[in-house]
Each structure stands twice: as C-alpha cells, then as structure tokens.
Design a protein around this ligand. Structure first.
Ligand SMILES: [Zn+2]
Length: 276
C-alpha cells in the first residue's frame, strides 16, 4: 500500500467517523438508503448473486461445465428453498445466463434497505494445483488475508476497471456493517463445511474463521455482504460433486440452514438489546 493510499484511508476514516455519528437509529433524516448500524439490523431480504454469466464463464475447471452455470443452478435452488421454507424475501441479481457488471449487481442489491438485507455472492474456485480443494467464505477488506486471497479478488474483479481512490473511500463505509458481514460469513462457512463434509479453507484466515479480500461486488453493496467459493472446479472430486444435482441440493439446503441461523441470531441480538 502506498503512502497516498494510507493517507486516503486516514481521511476516509475521519470522514466516516463524522458522518456516522448522525446515523444512529432513528436520527437520520436522509432520504438516501441508510447504512446498517450496529443497533438495528433485522434480516428480511436476501439478495443472491450468481457469479459471472453471459460472456464471462468464470472458471471453466476440468470439464465443459462453466462456473457461471453451476453458480446459477445453486442460486436458483437456494432461492426456491428460501421462498418455500421461510418468510424472507429473495432477490436475484441474475436469473438466467446473462452478463451483468459488478456495479450493476451492487445497485440491484442497494435497492433494498441496508439494515434488512443480506447479500450473498455465489462462486466456485479454481487453482493451478489440482489437489487444492475446499470451501472459502469472504467478506470485504482492503487488505487481503493472504497472497492467495489477493489473487482471487483480482480474478473476480477482472471484468471491471475502477479508481482505487473511489474504492478506498467507498470501502470505509463497509466498516459500519462489518460485524454482520463477519457473523453471516462465519455461520455460512461453518454450516457448509459441516453439512457437506468439505475442507475448511478459512482455517488459514487470521481469525481462523472468515477470509477477507477486496472484492468489488462486496465494497459497493451497502448491506452486510459476503462471497462464498463453494469448491474447486480444478479438483476432480469437487468438480464432479458440484455438477451433481444431489450435491447442488445439499449445498442449497446447507446455505438455507445457515441463513436461518444467521436470521435467528440477529433476532436474539435485538431481543437482548430490547429493540422493537
Ligand atoms: Zn467466480
């Protein structure tokens, strides 16, 4: 990180600390969509973002099935389960095979209230070593967990150019919802790993639970947001599994369980804080 970038972060932090003092529950008169603050998050809507699409296949992996198609199938299965089994609203950034920019995905998410919405971006990974396998869940941070996470974010951001200045300043706003993003990512990672018997690749994160990287789609979304990499298409076993309808159902069911657990934890928090 350059000296200029460090200075920008400092300025942005000061700006954010001034601007968020007027954002505590019930005091904001702004008509702009609010940023969720620690005191009033309640889960009502889940925005599901199937990674890639159209001209961007994502990872192609070992066979002909592209990441974009697997992401979409699992996203649609999960959306159907949420509609059938919960009272949460569900929205998709794409419901068919089309290209949609990362900023557009975030704009769709930002049409929903930040203090009632969880954004989940669904992806599958790839690695030059075919032995690498397992599940990872990420939240936004300007500084990546490790070199591997930095490379991954670079790859997932590749479709778009953006100014690093805008990126740094916008990213500071994510601090207000970081606690919720972290909690949702922690629950999702732990439920996926245990329900699917998958390798937990978040163990190498600094807190051993949630990985961090500067994903574009996570910085522009105002609500708690996370990105999940469901497995490695470059690994033979995981490629086969992720292409099987039975395993895709299992993944969707595990994600549903995790979302419900997160929603219940948020309700418990509200009860403990005696919020309406
Ligand atoms: Zn991807």
């Amino acid at each position: 990180m350059t000296v200029i970038q460090k200075l920008l972060i400092l300025v942005a932090t000061l700006f954010l600390s001034i601007s968020t003092t007027g954002l505590s529950a019930g005091t904001s008169k702004s008509t702009e969509p609010t940023i969720a603050t620690e005191s009033h998050f309640r889960l009502r809507t889940i925005v599901l973002d199937a990674g890639h699409g159209g001209r961007d296949p994502g990872n192609v992996g070992r066979g002909r099935e592209a990441e974009k198609d697997i992401n979409l199938v699992i996203t649609r299965k999960l959306a159907a389960l949420i509609q059938k089994k919960t009272t949460y609203e569900v929205r998709l950034t794409r419901s068919d095979d089309r290209w949609i920019s990362l900023t557009e995905r975030a704009s769709i998410a930002n049409e929903n209230p930040a203090n009632e919405t969880l954004f989940i971006s669904i992806h599958c990974n790839s690695h030059s070593s075919r032995r690498v396998h397992g599940i990872e869940t990420y939240i936004f941070d300007i500084k990546a967990t490790d070199k591997f996470a930095a490379e991954l974010a670079k790859w997932e951001n590749k479709e778009e150019d953006f100014s690093s200045v805008d990126f740094i300043i916008t990213s500071m706003a994510k601090r207000a919802v970081e606690r919720y993003s972290w909690e949702a990512a922690r629950v999702i990672q732990s439920v996926l790993v245990s329900h699917l018997g998958a390798r937990d690749r978040n163990r190498t994160a600094s807190d051993k639970m949630v990985r961090r990287a500067p994903f574009r789609v996570l910085v522009d979304t105002r609500m708690p947001a996370l990105l999940v990499e469901l497995g490695y298409l470059s690994n033979r076993t995981e490629y086969k599994k992720l292409n099987s309808s039975t395993y895709q159902d299992k993944v969707a069911n595990a994600l549903l369980t995790a979302i419900q657990q997160f929603g219940q934890a948020m309700e418990a928090d509200r009860m403990a804080a005696r919020l309406p």
